[in-house]
Design a binder for this molecule. Sequence first.
Ligand code: GLC
Ligand code: CA
Length: 588
Amino acid sequence: MSALGSFDHRRAVVYQIYPRSFCDANGDGVGDLRGITSKLDHLQALGVDVVWLSPVYASPQDDNGYDISDYRAIAPEFGTMADFDEMLAQMHARGIRLVMDLVVNHSSDEHRWFTEARKSRDNPFHDYYLWREPRIGDDGERQPPTNWEAAFNGSVWEWNEATGEYYLHMFSRKQPDLNWENPRLRAEVYDVMRFWLDKGVDGFRMDVINMISKPWNPDGSLPDAPVVRDGFLQPGFAMSCNGPRLTEFLREMRREVLDHYDTITVGEAPLATVAEGVALTHPDTGALDMLFQFEHMDLDSIGGHVGGKWALKPLDLRDLKRTMQRWQDALDGRGWNSLYLSNHDQPRPVSRFGDDGPAHRVASAKLLGTWLHSHQGTPYIYQGEELGMRNVAFPSIDHYQDIESRNHWRTAVQERGEDPATVLRSLHAKSRDNARTPIPWDPAQPNAGFSTGTPWLALHPDSPEVNAARAVADPDSVFHHYRRLIRLRREHPVLALGHSRQWLAEHPALSAMERVWEGERWLVVCNFSGQAQPVPLPTALTGAPAELLLGNRPERRGRVDERQHGAAAIDLATLVCAPWEALIVRMG
Ligand code: GLC
Ligand code: CA
């Protein structure tokens, strides 16, 4: 059992910290563990139950820590193991659990396993990784074994002279994929997990966990990816997801490790379908508590994960509602959803799904939180989301630090000759650095209180207005709306557990979701537009009396708002939503 006793992940709200960008305690420009410890009161005031901490392990930081060179050590720029222990103790003292990021589809190429593995084919660590012989092209030259393009561009295959083989890396060349077919490697991973659980951490967020079993031909031969564009390299992501042994490996992990502790587990699963969602999170047979699926993240680009995220297309709200509801229906009673609109890999939701202009930024940020937290599942808040932070539009590629963004620029502009202005626009919309600008704490301090040194990535130009100090002082801020939302969810199981049903599914601007649980019947109405919208609800819903619990417009206050006076009755028959208005209503 964890230090805090047993606990129901379904009722929790999780807050994600990206340590590099959260708070810098020692002035070197990089956020760190002592910085996190110094800001735990912010999280406690917000009311979250769990922190998911992105990687803080030893790493050459090629992918900001998602390339780990020692799974049992803290990277010096983030602090020491003593700083870690102190942070964990301070979290637990506030009733907050800690979920660590577990990145074991790949390691760093600077991990000792790999520096050994690459030395010779008979090195004991060689089989910890995935190796293939070259193929010989028509010109007699050596070629990579397949045409798969890595997530961060270039081939997934990197030549290793010492062994005369290529190794596989689905991400950067400094992130070689681990060979989960090897039981010794699996045992090493389980040991690492025990190390952190024995320290008292409360669970894991498992990076690209559905890539650990590769869907390759039974004889180990590798198919080429389908050719969807000019040139040799083709999108290769699907060639490495959801292999046949995934469930087996995760059940083994559960048996070997997780069953011996009280844990929270969430697996990141690109390209996962609802069937995989059920298989992996089923309350009786699933190996994980919940999954991050990506279907709703792929609706505003032409190819999603397969054709690339950079080719933008406008989002249609009907697609978003349909996709979310498909997951709601499939997992109700048969699995469990994690609910997210943002994380360290995604643009800021208010810019992507809301309206980040001055007129509607605050209302639409509150609406998005309300809408997301009103689904069945466990909601995740990514740092800065509770402040309504926006995307950043850096003026040139030189300002971007993210390896995915930089490699995309190099490939698109320098190699393929695409129009730089168009590529920069797609970075403005989709770059991971949108989510990684430092958290502005207090505008009265240098660098808005993030760091006394030079921040590793520029602060958002909004920082003088959009910052934690201001948000906490303003009762109408996005922060306080999230706080009320979290409290409402804690007090009323219907919000976390209730069955969900969509009304107005074909409405292009309105979402109306009904939640039902043990005699409670709630309705959550959101206007995803800058125009007032009459809400054409069926009379089956509008007949009974209704009470507004929480809204995002000052002129319409709900019962949960500490400053509301008088009745919070609301007439659903004549309801007209203001621009970006969101309402949580209890019926009957
Ligand atoms: C996951 C992480 C992302 C990282 C990638 C490779 O998608 O969230 O940040 O770059 O895996 O580890
Ligand atoms: Ca620091």
